[in-house]
Design a protein around this ligand. Structure first.
Ligand SMILES: Cc1cc2nc3c(=O)[nH]c(=O)nc-3n(C[C@H](O)[C@H](O)[C@H](O)COP(=O)(O)O)c2cc1C
Ligand code: SF4
Length: 520
């Protein structure tokens, strides 16, 4: 009898190890033979620890299971998929999962992330095997044709980036995976690295073959020890199996990689800062040009891509560019793993094709607020993303439509707030975050963010020059938007200005015409 208990950090945080131990102990006590597989998380985080039982009808899910529930689950006959208060029915039929379109996360939660056999049995390695027989230029062309755009935030076309690196003359090139995942409300990189580490390795190996790079690094934030352990183990397995090393999958070409651990700075997720950090220096942003694609790690041409971008590559090579393009809308092709966080009943990961709306994510998947109060604002795209009021929840989630609304999808994380939120405090938080995380290289961000916090404090205090302070805040935001070297200072005004525009009453505005104008 096979029982699945996730090993993902989100499950471990709520006692998955204790649940696994309780199942082993209870089965032994009852003389029952049980094989426990530690899978990744299905991404239904409110149901963790989500235990699944393999039955002839398919896997049956029970959750949220605590160690104390285990005895009653055995009593109920859960090993045959029997009814129990915690029974969620067949896992594949749970609407939250059934309505998804999982391409990049196709195997996450299903396979044993440590088993290469399981990986291959579920379609793994098909992309790399095909790439190993292809002309490198054709691999790049396949990625161009797929329309894949960077999932780390800026949505730059991945194929174009690869083309630049492929064309750059150099004896040494690098593939760098950005797994710093610093945005608030995001956890897709982590869920993937812990639930299916081989797919990221496969994606990086394909990138190496495509552009002629022989060495790769995965830069993972230190807060992800389980991801680091999963990747280290998977890399060693892949090496032993011969799809990393001197002759990748019989291609005659070399590629190998290592994990590097970050040290907790948000700015080290910015690509040039990350490269500095990888080189052993302090994480300070580099001026562009030159682009990392031309002068990157140790001055060599470097592909730097987000973990989800790279993990989306194997399925594109395995099934072809057109298959991937068939998902999505306009220039936003494929799927995105949206991450539902904040005040929602059903937080978790939802991989869907671009084009659905925030309202569908918030209510059809998220189940509305966890507090039971009306939702009021949603921050999309991390701490530099705009706050969207309800009037904007029907905009289709595609890169262009969001840009047109002065918002961004970024890494696909969303944080929901109910009507008890104070948007002035949230605006202040954005400025404070920028002040704390600024690398200090340029004045608008380094000084501007601190002045922004002070100005917001004066606005909160009220007083007779209240309107003037709002005008000052807007001026400051303009300077940061136009004068910052990177997107930390350049986008920190987004949450501030969106809060001011859509929630002026929280700033004590809206009573007089001049105050309303100051808000816009
Ligand atoms: C302040 C800041 C933080 C960032 N943090 C991350 C991050 O944690 N992970 C990530 O993939 N990209 C992050 N980025 C975006 C990267 O600079 C870069 O665009 C990305 O690694 C490119 O990969 P992609 O094209 O696959 O998205 C950040 C950018 C900025 C300005
Ligand atoms: S905007 Fe901020 S984080 Fe970016 S380079 Fe300037 S000081 Fe550094």
């Amino acid at each position: 009898m096979t029982v699945y208990v996730p090993r993902d950090a989100a499950a471990l945080a709520v006692g998955a190890d204790a649940v696994a131990l309780a199942i082993t102990t209870e089965a032994a006590r009852r003389g029952l033979a049980v094989r426990i597989v530690r899978n990744g998380s299905r991404g239904l985080l409110w149901l963790e620890t989500l235990v699944e039982i393999a039955t002839p009808a398919g896997r049956v899910a029970y959750g949220p299971v605590e160690a104390d529930d285990v005895s009653s689950l055995f009593d109920a006959g859960w090993l045959t998929g029997a009814a129990h208060a915690l029974c969620q029915g067949l896992t594949d039929e749970i609407p939250y999962l059934k309505r998804q379109e999982r391409l990049t996360f196709a195997r996450v939660g299903i396979i044993d992330p440590r088993s290469l056999q399981d990986y291959e049995a579920h379609g793994g390695l098909a992309g790399l095997r095909r790439a190993a027989t292809m002309d490198p230029a054709l691999i790049v062309e396949e990625i161009v044709q797929s329309g894949l755009r960077g999932r780390g935030g800026a949505a730059f076309p991945t194929g174009i980036k690869w083309k630049t690196v492929a064309a750059a003359p150099a004896t040494q090139k690098y593939i760098v995976c950005n797994a710093d995942e610093g945005d608030s409300g995001t956890f897709a990189d982590r869920l993937l690295m812990e639930g299916d580490p081989f797919v990221l390795i496969e994606g990086m190996a394909i990138a190496g073959l495509a552009v002629g790079a022989t060495v790769g690094y995965i830069y993972v934030r230190s807060e992800y020890p389980h991801s680091i352990a999963a990747l280290d183990e998977a890399i060693a397995t892949a090496r032993t199996a011969g799809w990393l090393g001197g002759d990748v999958c019989g291609s005659g070409r070399a590629f190998d990689l290592e994990v590097r651990v970050g040290a907790g700075a948000y700015i080290c997720g910015e690509e040039t800062s990350l490269l500095e950090s990888l080189e052993g220096k302090r994480g300070v942003v580099r001026a562009k040009p030159p682009l990392p694609a031309v002068t990157g790690l140790f001055g060599k041409p470097t592909v730097i891509n987000n973990a989800i971008s790279l993990a989306s590559v194997p399925i594109i090579l395995a099934r072809g560019a057109q298959h991937y393009r068939d998902y999505g809308v306009g220039r936003s092709t494929g799927t995105l793993p949206f991450q539902l966080a904040g005040n929602l009943r059903h937080g978790g990961l939802v991989e869907k094709a671009f084009g659905l709306t925030l309202r569908e994510l918030l209510y059809d998947f998220g189940g509305g607020s966890a507090s039971g109060r009306p939702l009021r604002a949603v921050q999309v795209g991390g701490p530099l993303g705009a706050y969207l009021p309800e009037s904007q929840w029907d905009i289709p989630l595609d890169y262009e439509a969001y840009a047109a609304a002065s918002a961004m999808i970024g890494h696909g994380g969303l944080v929901a707030f109910d009507d008890s939120v104070d948007m002035l405090r949230m605006a202040r938080y954005a400025m404070e975050f920028c002040a704390v995380e600024s690398c200090g290289k340029c004045t608008p961000c380094r000084i501007g963010s601190t002045r922004g916090v002070e100005t917001l404090d004066r606005i909160a205090a009220g007083g007779k020059d209240h309107g003037k302070q709002v005008v000052l805040l807007r001026d400051l935001c303009d300077t940061m938007l136009g004068g910052s070297l990177c997107a930390l200072g350049g986008m920190a005004p987004y949450p501030v200005l969106s809060a001011l525009k859509h929630f002026p009453q929280d700033f004590g505005l809206g009573q007089t015409t001049s105050e309303t104008q100051a808000a816009h």
